[in-house]
Design a protein around this ligand. Structure first.
Ligand code: ASP
Ligand code: MG
Length: 454
């Protein structure tokens, strides 16, 4: 059996849904189809909640959401005799949305829990409608089998429990219906049963959890691009599709900024050695990118792709008499990991160390370190902390980087030759991703210079 996931743009309009219907109905054997909310709807749902919180008019946002779904329910895609009943069910969910918005504006309060309820409606509506569009399909409620728990203020999937619930729920697939439609992104808390989600972009991860649990033959991610590219094509016009990647390469490309799939997606399927294909709903004949456990790149190729995270902060930590650089380095990484903050790069510096984090994590990182160092005595004797907020992280990714140890020098030299100052650099844990921190203003120039080396 196979698992397919269709993203927001793929399910966003009547014409794109026609492609989805065609693609799914032309597969054979049992298939699980994981779907996102209609493109842009999650953002609209959040916008409405914020307007309600600010005491502003949210009715128009709600009407836009309603209109988007109505256009599809009353299109020829849904059989005429199913339209009214389907619309009745969608209307019940829209009524819930209206109640949530009313509640938010009355109470002037928008908790994370309420927001999770609000955004869940996007996938609940899309999956319901799509289950009426595709032949021989039935709706499987992800909230019953994707379970999360709290971890540093975030909801993360509880994989063992989720795995067994998926196996149980899908045991009838192929006998009761050929196609199972499941909403992506949404889940419930294992202890409270509250509605949660897997984070923005999390539908890919839902599909991966299902594919891994059911030991699918393949996980197809249908999106709106032709696959992983050698660089972001919006920045580098010459960027090309990468036909094949290893699991590890794709993981690093995602972790260091490629936006093709949600980073945690690869992990569960990698463990079961299930290939992933990235395919384009709008260009279904294109071969896309296939991700497997093989390493097929020619040894002549320096690296596979270059990615970037444009909004980064570098935290400079200065050593002290009692806390010398090596010990300080470990300490900083421990503190940040204890707070669930991802370190994009860490490197020793002359009298201390540097850690690069996403700019959105920088304030929390500074706070965590400041609190931790407060135990070191007075401000004068504790390590100094400085944040540099105007930098980007540029990464070259490819298993060949490990084979050719001089690659990192070539990459840094290339940037220096282009007049771009490398503030700090390091090889990632995998050994085949080399990340350089450059001034944010030169981010495009850095990508362009490196892309020429591929
Ligand atoms: N609808 C959710 C989002 O926009 C999840 C997803 O599409 O993967 O983030
Ligand atoms: Mg996505």
């Amino acid at each position: 059996m196979r698992v397919m996931k269709f993203g927001g743009t793929s399910v966003g309009t009547v014409s794109s849904l026609r492609n989805v219907k065609h693609i799914v109905e032309n597969t054979s054997g049992p298939v699980v189809v994981v779907v996102s909310a209609l493109g842009g709807v999650t953002d609209l749902l959040i916008k409405g909640a914020r307007l309600a919180l600010d005491g502003m008019e949210w009715d128009e946002t709600l009407r836009t959401v309603e209109g988007r779904h109505r256009d599809i329910v009353f299109s020829p895609l849904v059989a005429a005799d199913l339209q009214d009943a389907t619309w009745k069910e969608v209307s019940d969910l829209l009524a819930l949305l209206r109640n949530y918005y009313t509640g938010i504006s009355l109470l002037n309060d928008l908790s994370e829990r309420t927001l999770c309820n609000v955004v869940s409606l996007g996938e609940r509506m899309s999956s319901l409608i799509i289950s009426r569009i595709i032949d021989d399909a039935a709706l499987y409620q992800s909230m019953d089998f994707i379970k999360t728990e709290r971890w540093f203020g975030k909801n993360i999937a509880v994989t063992d429990l989720t795995d067994s619930l998926i196996c149980r729920r899908f045991s009838d697939l192929g006998t009761s219906c050929r196609v199972a439609i499941a909403p992506g992104f949404i889940s419930t808390d294992r202890d409270t049963g509250d509605i949660t989600n897997l984070g923005r972009g999390g539908s890919d991860y839902t599909a991966a959890l299902i594919a891994a649990a059911l030991e699918a033959d393949v996980l197809d991610i249908w999106t709106d691009v032709d696959g992983f590219m050698t660089a972001d094509p919006r920045i580098i016009k010459e960027a090309k599709v990468i036909a094949h990647l290893s699991f590890l390469e794709s993981m690093d490309l995602c972790n260091f900024g490629a936006k093709v799939i949600y980073p945690p997606t690869i992990y569960p399927v990698f463990h079961k050695n299930i290939p992933i294909r990235i395919l384009n709903t709008f260009n279904p004949e294109a071969p896309g990118t296939i991700i497997t456990d093989e390493h097929k790149a020619s040894s002549l190729q320096l690296f596979r792709g270059v990615t970037s995270i444009s909004e980064v902060s570098v935290i400079d930590v200065g050593e002290t008499e009692s806390l010398r650089a090596p010990e300080l380095h470990t300490r900083v990484l421990n503190v940040l990991s204890k707070h669930g903050i991802e370190v994009l790069l860490s490197a020793s510096a002359l009298k201390g160390m540097k850690a690069a984090v996403r700019r959105s994590d920088a304030a929390a990182a500074m706070r965590a370190l400041r609190e931790d160092f407060a135990g070191e005595g007075s401000e004068a004797t504790s390590p100094s902390l400085d944040e540099h907020a105007d930098v980007s992280a540029i990464s070259a990714v490819g298993e060949n980087i490990k084979l050719h140890p001089d690659t990192s020098c070539r990459l840094s030299d290339t940037l220096q030759d282009a007049g771009i100052d490398v503030i700090t650099s390091a090889t990632g844990a995998s050994g085949f991703t080399f990340t350089m921190i450059v001034p944010q203003a030169l981010h495009k120039e850095a990508l362009t210079a490196l892309h020429r080396l591929i």
